[in-house]
Design a protein. Structure first.
Length: 213
């Protein structure tokens, strides 16, 4: 860089005049602009500053709002529950009907042996052993006794309903319906053992229903 100076003898001052080379000045300006651009590039863009971190509370909230929501169809649930109850009642009515019939008909499907009414007009021959077994089955404590049969019926009703006492009344009605169908099938009258079973079954249903109180 050329340096020219003027010496002032009286003032004792030296004044210098700097003449800058134009090429050197251009290099300085270029370096300065480069430094400014680098600093500017380091600053985050406005869009990046406003971007919500994916792990932030707001981001999680947006994700949750985007999720599909599920609603319980109460009408469909109610309809399916009613259908299940109807199937349960139909099954129990059929079971009650079949149980009452088996109690008075025996394993061979003839009511005479279970009611101990042996006559010469029987279409099926029974041995003394058959009659003895029928007496054992119908005696107190026997498999087809009124108490044992009524207990099995109510236990089955509890199993079907999950033991819910609130369903005791509807199952009791189903039993009564099945019993009446068998009564009609046998001409309107059944043996005494059948009515004893009926009374005990209705009583046990009432006891079960009262468990809610």
């Amino acid at each position: 860089m050329p340096l020219e100076g003027i010496h002032d003898i009286q003032g004792g001052m030296h004044m210098f005049n700097f003449n800058v080379n134009p090429n050197h000045q251009a290099q300085v300006n270029a370096s300065t602009n480069s430094a400014i651009n680098k600093t500017a590039n380091k600053q985050p863009k406005e869009s990046e500053q406003e971007k919500i971190p994916t792990d932030s509370y707001e981001a999680q909230k947006v994700k949750q709002n985007d999720k599909k929501t599920y609603t319980v169809d109460l009408e469909k649930v109610r309809a399916m529950k009613e259908e299940a109850d109807l199937r349960m009642l139909e099954l129990f009515r059929t079971t009650a009907k079949q149980t009452t019939e088996k109690q008075i008909s025996g394993p061979r499907g003839d009511s005479s042996i279970m009611t101990l009414k042996l006559t010469e007009n029987l279409s099926i021959e029974y041995t003394a052993e058959d009659v003895k077994q029928a007496q054992i089955d119908l005696a107190p404590g026997g498999y087809w006794s009124a108490d044992e049969t009524s207990t099995r019926l109510v236990d089955f009703a509890k199993a079907l309903s999950g033991g819910d006492p609130a369903k005791a009344a509807m199952l009791k009605d189903a039993f009564e319906q099945g019993f009446k169908e068998i009564e009609e099938m046998f001409g309107g009258t059944l043996p005494d053992i059948s009515y004893e079973t009926y009374d005990l079954t209705m009583e046990k249903f009432d006891q079960w229903a009262n468990e809610t109180e």
